[in-house]
Design a protein around this ligand. Structure first.
Ligand code: DON
Length: 573
């Protein structure tokens, strides 16, 4: 098991340091940007790409607030991290101001007006898998640009032009690709050519991509300039909208000018819940993430996880059984709240979740076939990216954004230089048929015109004693919810530092298939044996999640957690 740095220990070192520095230099502690534990006082940005984190921190240093930095990071990621950073996709934001106001913004993509329930089924009524995954028909109406416009209009401090400029510069002048990116772009060469016969900036027609090659995206720079000049009209109307619609016509896609013009992000009431004295602020539907996160926390709260220990057999068993039940609920009850009455109050009621755990049996795994969604009375290849930001005042932003699969639908809008999402696959294309993450669903998440597809993205913020405590989120498809959940309990129950909690090995169960997915070295062999003897199917798999998070220590410093599973970077000042 990896070594964890106890927060208590770092507080003691920190307090000794603060006293010494204050005595020696007479500095007011507010002026100390960094302490010797690598924690920062004035602000922090943690994202999937060093260049994007740098953009965010520069905006904070210029006097921008967390929202200004978030908007700049969103556009910068669209340039330097095109696997998931996007203007052609969507996402969710959870916001907490320094004085405790909370808000949530849903800028999830929508189905086009002409989308229909059975659009991905063949004549025998079976799903045609690739149809919702690749190419023009997989694309939902993008929400990211309107989301950023809305967030900035409501809370931004710097000008719109200022927050767009760093991304324009990166697209115009190019940036050096990482080794990981060079490998991915080479691997996707043929797919990119299949969907973009005239090539795109991501295709190297002369040779193969190498680490540190400059990726210049002139068309994208022009698109970003239009968005800078015209705001939402620079994307949803005019030349860019024309290009999107022309692209759709090339590949029999559905999105029209009317779809683009009618797209609007929606402010929603954040979900809140409690866990061991901490307050969880998280994303409501159209994401399933917030409800499921609160359900998981409520399901395990009665159990002494801390006493059992991190990834000990009892801890794993309780968590897996909680996940099994929560994902069964997700499949039945969750969908776009503008189309389906999600029973949010009941699902997030502690009594409901306690009752769901009542048939859990220590002696043997509960078969998923025996777990149905709870009865509620009322009706009420992966790539996404998450970034967490806090500013000097203590405003916090948690954003998860995606094209869905890596590089989305692989369709780049000709002449406009950006990739379109393949988010339509997140709908339940047929009741019970798994999507690319193995998730199943039914009526609540069936395709309908203008409806948003259900998500697992779980941008979250945690408060302690009414004050900011943590900003957290991750990509990972269906594993997003369990990764955010495990990161939170790693800190609250197992006293890990933010970095250790992020790096800690994770495991995942999602009801169906009835298997426990386990990262390499997450469980020791004895624990694995004990679980297998109770009937759990343990399946090794690659990395789970790519969490980017920030913890505020009780001394008021920000501790970063940048996931070592990627090129992620925490930068503070
Ligand atoms: O919204 C969702 O739940 C998915 N489209 C997220 C995809 C994802 O996280 C892929 N990344 N690893």
């Amino acid at each position: 098991m990896q070594k964890t740095i106890k927060r208590q220990t770092s507080y003691k070192i920190l307090s000794a340091y603060l006293v010494t520095v204050a005595l020696l230099s007479g500095c007011a502690s507010g002026q100390l940007g960094k302490n010797n534990s690598g924690e920062y006082k004035n602000g922090m940005v943690v994202s999937a790409h060093p260049e994007a984190s740098e953009v965010g921190i520069e905006i904070l240093k210029k006097g921008g607030n967390a929202i200004d930095a978030a908007v700049a990071v969103q556009f910068a990621l669209a340039v330097v991290y095109p696997n998931a950073g996007n203007i052609g996709g969507g996402g969710f934001m959870v916001y907490r101001s320094a004085d405790g106001e909370v808000n949530a913004l849903d800028f999830r993509e929508k189905a086009a007006k002409s989308a229909s329930r059975d659009m991905y089924l063949d004549s025998a009524g079976n799903p045609i898998i690739d149809k919702s995954l690749y190419g023009h028909l997989a694309v939902g109406v993008p929400g990211s640009v309107d989301g950023m416009v809305e967030a900035h209009k409501k809370y931004g401090k710097l000008s719109w032009a200022q927050v767009l400029q760093p991304a324009i510069d990166l697209a115009q002048n190019g940036f050096k690709i990482t080794k990981r990116q060079a490998g991915e772009l080479n691997g996707l060469h043929h797919k990119f050519m299949q969907f973009n016969p005239n090539g795109t900036a991501f295709v190297n027609l002369e040779s193969t991509w190498q680490e540190n090659d400059l990726l210049v995206q002139k068309e994208l720079a022009n698109t970003l300039k239009l968005i800078q000049e015209k705001g939402r009209a620079g994307f949803y109307e005019g030349a860019v909208a024309d290009s999107i619609v022309a692209e759709m016509q090339l590949g029999k896609g559905l999105i029209t000018k009317e779809d683009l013009k009618n797209y609007h992000a929606v402010w929603r009431k954040a979900i809140t819940g409690n866990y061991r004295g901490y307050k969880i602020i998280t994303m409501p539907p159209t994401s399933s993430g917030g409800i499921a996160l609160v359900q998981l926390l409520q399901s395990v709260e009665p159990y002494p996880l801390k006493k059992w220990g991190h990834n000990a057999d009892s801890t794993v068993q309780v968590i897996v059984e909680a996940e099994r039940r929560v994902y069964a609920d997700r499949a039945k009850h969750l969908g776009d709240p503008d189309f389906y009455a999600v029973p949010q109050m009941e699902l997030t009621n502690p009594e409901y979740n306690k009752n769901r755990m009542a048939n859990f049996n220590w002696a043997a795994a509960t078969p998923s076939s025996a777990v149905l969604a709870g009865e509620v009375k009322g009706k009420e290849h992966e790539e996404t990216t998450h970034y967490s930001i806090v500013d000097r005042e203590g405003n916090a932003v948690s954003i998860t954004t995606t094209l869905n699969g890596s590089y989305g639908s692989l369709v780049a809008v000709k002449g406009a230089g950006f990739l379109l999402n393949n988010e339509m696959d997140d709908f339940s294309v047929k009741p019970g048929a798994p999507n690319m993450y193995g998730l199943v669903g039914g009526e609540a998440n069936a395709i309908a015109p203008n409806k948003r597809m259900l998500s697992s993205m779980t941008p979250s913020i945690v408060e302690k004693d009414g004050k900011l405590f943590m900003v957290v989120g991750t990509p990972g498809g269906s594993t997003i919810i369990t990764s955010v959940f495990q990161t939170i309990i790693n800190v609250i129950d197992f006293d890990m530092s933010m970095q250790s909690a992020v790096a800690a090995k994770k495991f995942h169960h999602q009801w169906l298939p009835d298997e426990v997915y386990v990262e390499k070295d997450a469980l020791d062999s004895l624990t694995t044996q004990k679980l297998k003897s109770k009937g759990y199917i343990i399946s090794p798999r690659g990395p789970i999640g790519r969490v980017d998070a920030i913890l505020k220590t009780k001394w008021g410093y920000y501790q970063g957690g940048a996931d070592p599973r990627g090129d992620d970077k925490a930068i503070g000042y």
